[in-house]
Design a binder for this molecule. Sequence first.
Ligand code: GDP
Length: 360
Amino acid sequence: MSQQLQSRRLRQPIVVVLGHVDHGKTTLLDKIRGTAVVKKEPGEMTQEVGASFVPTSVIEKIAEPLKKTFPIKLEIPGLLFIDTPGHELFSNLRRRGGSVADIAILVVDIVEGFQKQTYESLEILRSRKVPFLVAANKIDRIPGWKPIDTYSLLESIKSQRKDVQTQLDNYVYRLVGQLAELGFNADRFDRIRDFTKTVAIVPVSAKTGEGIAELLALLAGLTQNYMKTKLRFAEGPAKGVILEVKELQGLGYTIDVIIYDGILKKNDTIIIGGLNGPIVTKVRSILVPKPLQDIKVVKTDLTQIDEVYAAAGVKIYAPELENALAGSPLFVAENEQQVEEYKKIIQEEIASVKYYNANI
Ligand code: GDP
């Protein structure tokens, strides 16, 4: 994997899913993960800790029918989806001046339209400056919709009745209106000329899979085209953020971390935020799930690796993690001077993280 990452020299964009309860966030993530497991090449890893990887080979296979509409040549190695949808975990993905998430999917039930948590999600995305696209979910619930066996929305639309197509348009334009009220220019993705000025709306069904092809192609295409600088892979020491702190039976305290930059190695000295100030410790093990064929199997079977390249989700075991703070940054230091520098940075940032931990 490391060789592949280095030769492509762009890391995988980190994707989060937000939206109102019951609008289909979990179902959509399950569909994407399930598809990745089925379509991946043998040996390709898709499971990580707290995140799921969708390799470019999978995106290209699913997006095959779109070749004429979206001629994209993918340079990114794939997309890294954060497994837990919603506000709470998103708050832990903080990074100085923004978020570790490169792009978000705002899931909206196309029939219900915007609801309370849709507005809240948009506010959070706006304040963290995270670009997003809208997955207008549950198109199969549009009266008269006849699901067909395809991942492509545009293919499915062609086989729908005229009045059903019109109804889809009406729903999409209601979302366009709701977004306009909030100051966002939006349109159905296939009618957009400039993606830097217009939010893309992708009608999907997390249940049938229709629209997943366009959704993945857009996520990959947009991040790759507009975020090249941010995605340029850095060879240096790792930077990450703590998603969760967990006690593992028989092992002790561990941290689940998203590495968004650089390389993390066993025995690296890491500096993280703790309840009583910065913690300096040494990585004893880097753990990832054992490769599984079935996505339904719980990800508890872990295996050790010696190093990991950004972007990735891993579990770290090290001494003195019991007071570690979820939402805190993680830095690898290569010398004493860096240890002191990072301690200072973490001290500055920890006040807000502490506040967050105290409120959950
Ligand atoms: P979350 O709270 O946003 O994570 O929503 P869930 O993924 O749990 O979905 C809520 C309900 O909507 C569940 O009963 C799902 O089966 C259903 N659901 C989700 N996506 C779709 C869809 O595309 N079509 C239909 N018909 N039902 C869906």
